[in-house]
Design a protein around this ligand. Structure first.
Ligand code: SF4
Length: 373
C-alpha cells in the first residue's frame, strides 16, 4: 500500500500578476500598485509561517518550483526575500532543479541577478504567442520587448535551462501562425517548450466573450505541427503538452506525474504526501487567515489508479516494479480489466514490464484517465 513519505519537492504559489489575462484559470490577481508593498509583505510573512510549520516534513529537496501567478511580478526586494526564505527553511539539494515562472515584461536585469544569486537554474517564460493579434485575442497584455537581450543575460548568469509556454487553439489562429510561433520559439536558446491547448473554463473572462475557436480538425493539425516542427529540431514530446531536448525534461513535473511527494505553499497550492492530497484555500484572505487546507483523502486503490493515470501522461509511462514499490499494487493484476480495455482501444501499450501510452493514448489522454478512474 502507498504510505506517507517525506516531501521531496517544494511548490510555492505566488498569486500576483500585473494584470489578469482573459483566458487565465490560475489563481492570481493584480496586487495593485498602491497596495503592492503591503500585500507582498503580508504574503511573505504568512509564507514564512507556512514554511516554518512544514520544515520538519521534508527530505533534501530535489526540486523547487516557484509558480503562479507571475513570481517575477514581485518587487526585487520581495523576490529576494522569498528565495531567501526557501533556503532558510529547507534543505535544498545542491543538484536540485530550481524553476521560477516568469513573463518577458516582468523580467529585469536586477531580477535576473537575484534569481542567479539564489541558484535558480530553470526559467519558464509565458510567451503564449509571438503574434500580437493573437495575444490580443486572448486578452494577454504585456509585450515581448527586449526578450532576446534578457535571455542572453539569463544565460550569462547561469540560468541556462529555458522553457517557453506556448498556446494553440486561440480564436482566429491559423495553422500557419502556429507553425510560425513554434519556429520563432526555436530561434531562441530554449531547451524545453510547453504547448498547451487553450481551454475555456467557466468564470474566465474569455469564455464570457463566446470566442470562435479553431475546429477540432485544425486543433489536431496543430498538435501534429508541434511534433513535426519541434521534433525536427531534436525535441521529444515527453508528456502530453511538453517537449524537451533529451535530459532537459522538467524534473519537478516528472516527479509529480510519477507519484512523487511535494509540499505546496501559498494560496491555492496543493501538496501530496504519498497518500493524501491537500490544497490551500484559493483565496488570498482565507489563506492569510490560516483557513485549513481542503483534504482529499481517498482509499488506497483509488489513489493507486490516480497515480497510474498520471504516469501515463508521460511517454515513459510506468515500470511495473517501480509502481509496485510506490503503491503496493501490481498494475497488471489489480487493474487487469481496465488495462486490457485500454489496450483494446489502442490507448496503451505494454513491452515487458513497461506500460506506456500510444500516440493515440497521448491524444486522448482524458479518455485514458477516465477509463482508469
Ligand atoms: S500572466 Fe499568467 S498567471 Fe498571470 S493572469 Fe496571465 S496567464 Fe494568468
Amino acid at each position: 500500500m502507498s504510505h506517507r513519505r517525506l516531501f521531496h519537492s517544494l511548490y510555492v504559489h505566488v498569486p500576483f500578476c500585473r494584470e489578469k489575462c482573459a483566458y487565465c484559470g490560475f489563481y492570481s490577481f493584480p496586487a495593485g500598485n498602491a497596495e503592492q508593498y503591503q500585500t507582498e509583505k503580508l504574503y511573505l510573512e504568512r509564507l514564512g509561517e507556512e514554511f516554518s510549520a512544514r520544515q520538519q516534513d521534508h527530505a533534501p529537496l530535489r526540486s523547487v518550483y516557484i509558480g503562479g501567478g507571475t513570481p517575477t511580478a514581485l518587487s526585487p526586494e520581495s523576490m529576494h526575500k522569498l528565495l531567501s526564505l526557501v533556503f532558510d527553511y529547507f534543505h535544498v539539494s545542491s543538484s536540485a532543479e530550481i524553476t521560477v515562472e516568469s513573463n518577458p515584461e516582468s523580467l529585469s536585469t536586477e531580477k535576473i541577478a537575484i534569481l542567479s544569486t539564489h541558484h535558480v537554474n530553470r526559467l519558464s517564460i509565458g510567451i503564449q504567442s509571438f503574434h500580437g493579434s493573437l495575444r490580443h485575442a486572448m486578452g494577454r497584455r504585456g509585450h515581448l520587448d527586449g526578450l532576446e537581450e534578457k535571455l542572453l543575460q539569463c544565460r550569462e548568469k547561469g540560468l541556462d535551462i529555458l522553457n517557453f509556454d506556448l498556446i494553440y487553439g486561440i480564436p482566429g489562429q491559423s495553422i500557419r501562425q502556429w507553425q510560425e510561433d513554434l519556429q520563432k520559439a526555436l530561434s531562441y536558446p530554449v531547451s524545453h517548450v510547453s504547448c498547451y491547448a487553450l481551454t475555456l473554463e467557466e468564470n474566465i473572462a474569455l469564455t464570457n466573450q463566446e470566442p470562435v475557436l479553431p475546429s477540432e480538425e485544425d486543433e489536431l493539425a496543430m498538435w501534429d505541427k508541434a511534433d513535426a516542427v519541434l521534433g525536427e529540431s531534436g525535441f521529444r514530446r515527453y508528456e502530453i503538452s511538453n517537449f524537451a531536448y533529451p535530459g532537459r525534461e522538467c524534473r519537478h513535473n516528472l516527479d509529480v506525474w510519477h507519484g512523487g511527494t511535494y509540499l505546496g505553499c501559498g494560496p491555492a497550492a496543493c501538496s501530496f504526501d504519498g497518500t493524501t492530497r491537500f490544497c490551500n484555500a484559493a483565496d488570498f484572505q482565507s489563506w492569510l487567515n490560516r483557513t485549513p487546507p481542503v483534504v482529499d483523502e481517498v482509499d488506497p486503490p483509488t489513489r493507486a489508479a490516480e497515480i497510474l493515470a498520471f504516469g501515463l501522461r508521460t511517454a515513459e509511462g510506468w515500470c511495473r516494479p517501480d509502481f509496485y514499490k510506490l503503491t503496493g499494487y501490481d498494475f497488471w493484476s489489480h487493474f487487469q480489466d481496465k488495462l486490457a480495455h485500454l489496450q483494446a482501444m489502442g490507448l496503451v501499450e505494454a513491452q515487458g514490464d513497461h506500460l506506456f501510452p500510444t500516440e493515440k493514448g497521448f491524444r486522448f489522454a482524458d479518455t485514458l484517465a477516465r477509463e482508469l478512474l
